[in-house]
Design a protein around this ligand. Structure first.
Ligand code: 2HG
Ligand code: ZN
Length: 474
């Protein structure tokens, strides 16, 4: 666009949302064009912060008229580069769409603007004696629009399902400025395609989400947290199963390794929570009995040699060891960490992590591998520290092919974004990808909504046989 056209465009944006809510000064736009890890660094024509749905409509119509790409952004906590403008697109920030409109304790729902943070939604639910079913370490910044757009997971998926499973209704603005409203305060609304479910996980490519209607839940009466050191993932799974069979409800079941724990202890200057270290740690939050602690202790006793050492706690202190992983990895790596959020069937996790660790140790001994995640969902976060870009590319390819060889998914809860777009064919068939492209083209024929992400053109998958899985020499 010519400088004159850009100036006209920016003036028109200001007419819609007010001058104070359009940023073009690089100092003001800086925090919107780089992601949290520092790996994705782009540039933007302008950051625009509408305060009402009608303003989003105006912005979309203007962008369509000028043919300008739009990247919707919530708390900018994504880890796949999906909300970073890499080609000068405008950033449409939901920061000012942050009103909690209604909390209905009878229907158990929360209606709020897309820019409401997860922590604000949690507090609003607590005020009426309910709980918001999505929880993740970035809760203070991550927004409802963002968790819906990425279909975020987090630590409560095992209990309440992913974000999509808890999304009842949506208001969103399409690229031609139409407002889609699906808004019923109950679950049984079965007329046609489930469009809120389609927008969940669409990563800003189908419409700009302005409001969401989410389910709330009755919280457990009492929870206890257990941290157990175990020799193998199989033991961690067996212990989780034993807790369920003892009648407990699992609120969360998280996996850490000794390397990850060591990193967190150094970064946060904490003491080891157990007397003995172990190759893996299982953190379980449990409820479902008037005396959860006793059931936990009895189950631990019966587990015998399955457990190296364990501790219980009523409160959040043990969670700190798990929730500090992301920031500890970021602080410790000399390069922006490579983050690969993947899933395999739970029975495959041990083999997957074992092969991965062996290969990285032998081929790239200078790269540090930290794996942690949501055990019960088979979802692990493969973090690679100190990997230069060329090495990161090779290991990324290897990890994804190893995931496929273990019948897994190359994206479990973070989405595809930019970082995984080249590998989408490893997760979806050609027919599947063509259908996604057709939906996208039908909804946004001008192709202005987050134009540079998902779905990408692809080559056929090249699965690696598990028995001979190796990082190819170059
Ligand atoms: C978590 O589970 C998040 O803590 C972040 O999904 C994962 O930092 C990561 O790789
Ligand atoms: Zn996670």
């Amino acid at each position: 666009m010519s400088p004159e056209a850009t100036a006209r465009f920016v003036r028109a944006l200001s007419d819609i949302v007010g001058k104070a809510h359009v940023f073009t000064d690089p100092d003001m736009t800086a925090r919107y064009v780089i992601d949290w890890t520092g790996r994705w660094h782009g540039g933007t024509t302008a950051v625009v912060r509408p305060g009402r749905t009608e303003e989003v409509v105006g912005v979309m119509r203007l962008c369509r008229e000028f043919g300008i790409g739009v990247v919707a952004q919530g708390g900018n906590t994504g880890l796949v580069g999906g909300s970073i403008p890499m080609h000068g697109e405008i950033v449409l920030s939901s920061e000012r769409l942050d009103a909690i409109e209604a909390v209905d304790p009878i229907a158990r729902t929360l209606a709020a603007g897309a820019g409401t943070t997860v922590a604000e939604a949690q507090t609003a639910a607590q005020r009426v004696g309910l709980t918001f079913g999505v929880d993740l370490a970035s809760r203070d910044s991550a927004t409802l629009g963002g968790i819906v757009a990425t279909n975020a997971g987090g630590v409560r998926v095992i209990k309440y399902g992913d974000t999509r499973a808890q999304l009842l209704g949506i208001e969103a603005v399409t690229s031609d400025g139409s407002v889609l409203t699906r808004w019923k305060n109950f679950t049984k609304d079965n007329v046609g395609y489930h469009l809120p479910g389609l927008l969940a996980g669409s990563e800003g490519t189908l419409a700009v989400i302005t409001k969401v209607l989410m389910k709330l839940h009755v919280p457990p009466t009492r929870t206890e947290v257990m941290l157990a050191g175990v020799e193998t993932i199989e033991s961690a799974l067996a212990l989780t199963d034993a807790l369920r069979r003892a009648g407990l409800t699992i609120e969360a079941a998280e996996l850490m390794t000794d390397d990850g724990m060591t990193l967190v202890l150094q970064h946060r200057k904490l003491r080891h929570p157990l007397g003995d270290s172990a190759p893996y740690y299982l953190l379980v939050e449990a409820s479902g009995s008037p005396d959860v602690a006793t059931v936990l202790l009895e189950t631990l006793e019966q587990a015998g040699d399955l457990v190296v050492d364990a501790t219980l706690e009523h409160g959040d202190r043990l969670w700190e060891f798990r929730e500090s992983h992301t920031e500890s990895v970021n602080a410790a790596s000399v390069t922006p960490p490579v983050k690969l959020d993947v899933a395999t069937p739970v029975a495959e996790l041990e083999s997957f992590i074992g092969v991965l660790r062996r290969e990285i140790d032998s081929v790239f001994p200078s790269v540090r591998l930290i794996v942690f995640g949501h055990l019960a969902d088979g979802n692990v976060h493969v973090n690679l520290l100190d990997a230069d870009p060329a090495v990161a590319q090779r290991i990324t390819e290897f990890v994804f092919e190893l995931v496929v060889a273990h019948n897994g998914s190359i994206s479990a809860e973070h989405g595809v974004g930019r970082s995984k777009a080249p590998w989408i064919h490893l997760g979806r068939s050609a027919v599947d990808i063509d259908l996604m492209k057709a939906i996208r083209h039908g909804v946004d024929p001008a192709h202005i909504l987050n134009p540079h992400i998902l779905p990408a053109n692809s080559a056929p998958p090249t699965a690696v046989a598990r028995s001979s899985a190796r990082i190819p020499p170059r």
